[in-house]
Ligand binder design. Sequence first.
Ligand code: UGA
Length: 442
Amino acid sequence: MTSQAAGRGTPRRVAVIGAGYVGLPTAATLASFGHRVVLAERDPVRLSTLRAGRVPIVEAGLEELVSRGVAAGALSFTESAVTAVDGAEFVFLCVPTPQSADGSADLSYVEGTAKEIASHLQQGAIVVNKSTVPVGSATMVEQVVGRPDISVVSNPEFLREGTAVHDSLNPDRIVVGADNPQAAARVGELFASTSAPLIVTDATTSETIKYASNAFLATKLSFVNALAGLCEEVGADARDVLLGLGYDKRIGFEFLRPGPGWGGSCLPKDTRALLHIASEAGYDFSLLAGAIASNDEQLARVVSKVELACGGSVVGCTVAAWGLTFKANTDDRRYSPSLQVVHRLVEQGATVQAYDPTVGAADDDTDPPEDLRGLVLRGDPYEAAAGARALVVLTEWEEFRWLDFSRLLAVMAEPSVVDARNLLDPAALRRMGFRYTGIGRR
Ligand code: UGA
């Protein structure tokens, strides 16, 4: 069932459990819609950051939205999920659902939180699954809570990191699913201040919509990256080919940028989880398996481009890498294709000097985070490029476009650039004497 949400809804008492990339924007957005929100975060460092008026993640506009909520008395923080749910009519579960070894989603945080709050929920409260959870999880949470007066509603999140505030305030759609349609409709009303279409459905369908959305985006990107590879072979320009595709309204321009492969904490995890769900159900989702395999090929293609730029092998070569996060405008490096490329280069014998605007230079007194071990971390892009045989641009940070390329030319050992995001201007670089390789681009 689809309807158009309209007008400002009645203010409600809401608890949000988990102040991560989903929970924090969700809590701040619900507070900005006029609801009274208590956000529970059990990590003491995160909690004290929030209490000090700052946010623990890089996310445009989030600090302002959180501050406005706090100043209006609509948003407050606690370390205890039990305290947060006291008096709450709606309880949003925004806890992590990491990937298990077999590709399925690990539901231990969801289950643990549901157990913890079960006996503290107020009569008739609605528990909302906001974390990305497998088909059947609403029923699982209902069973764990074990109270006939409590309904569980699936309300998947579609926000992107980096634009989380914009996406939460201006969603393309709101999806709510429950086996109790009244409960689903009540959750939909929380978002009445947005003009987004509201899809009210059953829990299984709602849970499937979330995975299907991310799997579709991943498949689209795998197609785009593979197409860019084909363009290189036949001598076509992928950027123009994709322009020609994008004007077709059925295809659209979004998610048409070739890159080093898709990553982040969602697309890789959710595609593998959907594949796992399919195989458990006895369904051969070979198309999705192909999209995942194709993404790995894309990482390998970028590594090969760097090898070629270094004369055929990276053994003993210094390679500069710009960008380590999985995309620009976030500090998130989970399942980052950029990191996967640099670690493969290190494995093959390169010394990688890396720079990312969200990562500081190496510091003699502190060990680097585990995912950055083996890299030489530099504090600016020129230092990273000093003495390098090749530079690979891996994350599309805007600042990389506007650097002093004559200075870059002067510091590099060889003027070779592999632009895995098609971010730079090949003609301008070639005029200056650089050798340039993009993705699907002459
Ligand atoms: C993704 C979805 O886009 C959101 O709708 C969803 O809510 C979220 O996962 C989630 O499940 O929580 P996000 O992980 O923030 O959001 O990242 P995306 O913006 O989707 O980018 C994913 C990857 O695709 C990145 O590595 C990015 O660099 C790459 N990408 C994206 C491209 O290579 N080209 C493009 O044109 C777009």
